[in-house]
Design a protein. Structure first.
Lengths: 166, 289
């Protein structure tokens, strides 16, 4: 089958490649771009390990073709930390609150939580649980994942609150 | 989990999409969000030779008023539906049903057109569309036509869509002001299809039901419009004896499969329970207006 040339922006950088139309977005990210932080879990759009940010929404990159991402803005776990290596508040939160054990679900959890906190900067625990209901963790039972996301929400909201106080 | 090879087309107009579907014939499929089709392709249960991606056709996405109805473009996503303030005010059952579907990532991609056109008895929107007496806007090489949601479903994955035709949108008549509504869905977990679900849209006048429509999800080969149950309740005060008779009538038209969600008898009873809950909640909302 003829290959198609795709171009998109991944983590702020232009990215391109020749793909078969049947190439899944997650395979393009992992195999063509060597961005292996995005994981392949169930491959059936249930587990959320492959979650990436796509034009400002969380999507499961195992259930999209790379050709459907032509021209898109894609953010993966590799683009979450600052370019100088400073961890994002979510990454700090997962570390500080023990939000992972094996770590397999963590990239998807963090990328999903990144969007969730933009949609809802002050979520309740219940809102976090519903917000990450498309991401499965088989180790921790979610308690510490929720705590990690709350840690990040508090950290991200702190400057704004200080400004209000001042 | 890699689909068979296919050719990919991304037309920018509806007429180009229809011409492609016509030219490529039965081996081609339109794709919007792809959250029904792509999983089937990965399992090789669907092996289209060509995909016609509708995502590049701007006119197919969005929610607009048209006279006394609301028209929703086929590629409008579940997330778009949930976010629409206008839709939540005018036809709130759509938002409630959309929120019961899968998870945020899936709702960001899954579209209303795909949900209603696929003919999967597990999809939630068809029964809601039957409740609302919506009609589907179709387009094909023979021109556009419109068909009632209540007449569209023939069997599992079998609809009145003709070869080469696509669903371009949905026309929703505006429900009467002060109507009551509810979509009740029993599922084992987020992301599961319904064990059973029921949608209710009703209106009350002087303490009696003046309008009643009931749809059932995933308890038959098609969504079920429970016409007899609705007729039993019309004119009633929703008293317990009449509700019992209506629930029995609704249970009577179900024919669910026995599967991982439970034996058929259980799923039929759960359809009745979902209907009772939906009736109670819809009545409260109607009274509260």
């Amino acid at each position: 089958m003829a290959k198609t040339h795709v171009t998109m922006t991944v983590n702020g950088e232009p990215a391109e490649g020749l793909v078969e139309p049947r190439t899944l977005l997650v395979h393009f990210l992992r195999e063509t771009l060597a961005l292996t932080g995005t994981h392949i879990g169930c491959e059936t759009s249930h587990c959320g390990a492959c979650t990436v940010d796509f034009n400002g929404q969380s999507v499961k990159s195992c259930t999209m073709f790379a050709v459907q991402a032509e021209g898109a803005q894609v953010l993966t776990i590799e683009g979450i930390a600052d370019p100088d290596g400073t961890l994002h508040a979510l990454q700090e939160g997962f570390r500080e609150m023990h939000g992972l054990q094996c770590g397999f679900c963590t990239p998807g959890m963090i990328v999903r939580a990144y969007r969730l906190l933009q949609e809802n900067p002050n979520p309740t625990d219940d809102e976090i649980r519903m917000g990450i209901s498309g991401n499965l963790c088989r180790c921790t039972g979610y308690q510490n994942i929720v705590a990690a996301i709350q840690f990040a929400a508090a950290r991200l909201n702190a400057p704004a609150q200080q400004e209000q106080a001042a | 989990m890699i689909p068979a090879s296919f050719a990919y087309h991304r037309p920018s107009s509806l007429s180009d999409a229809i011409a492609l579907l016509e030219g490529l014939g039965l081996e081609s499929r339109p794709v919007a969000g792809g959250h029904s089709l792509i999983p089937m392709m990965k399992l090789r249960l669907a092996v289209p030779q060509a995909l016609i991606d509708l995502a590049g056709i701007a006119e197919l996405r969005g929610i607009r008023r048209e006279g006394g109805s609301i028209v929703i473009g086929a590629t409008t996503t579940m997330a778009d539906l949930i976010a629409s303030v206008d839709l939540a005010a005018a036809v709130p059952i759509i938002r409630e049903a959309a929120l019961s579907i899968a998870d945020p990532q899936v709702r960001a991609r899954g579209t209303i057109g795909g949900n209603v056109a696929n003919g999967d008895p597990g999809n939630d929107m068809p029964a809601v569309m039957q409740c609302m007496d919506a009609s589907y806007l179709l387009a094909g090489s023979a021109g556009p036509r419109e068909i009632a949601a209540r007449a569209f479903y023939q069997g599992a994955y079998l609809t009145s869509l003709r070869p080469g035709e696509v669903v371009t949108g949905i026309r929703l008549p505006l429900p009467p002001a002060g109507h009551g509504w509810a979509y009740e869905k029993l599922k084992r977990k987020v992301g599961d299809y319904a064990t059973a679900a029921a949608g209710v849209v009703l209106a009350m006048q002087g303490g009696r039901v003046s309008k009643m429509a009931i749809g059932l999800t995933n308890v038959g080969d098609t969504p079920l419009f429970a016409e007899d149950a609705g007729a039993i309740l019309t004119g009633s005060t929703l008293d317990a004896a009449t509700v019992d008779r209506a629930v029995a009538a609704a249970e009577n038209i179900t024919a669910p499969a026995s599967d991982g969600r439970g034996p058929a008898e259980y799923r039929t009873k759960m359809a009745g329970v979902m209907l009772r809950r939906a009736l109670a909640r819809a009545a409260l909302r109607a009274a509260a207006q």
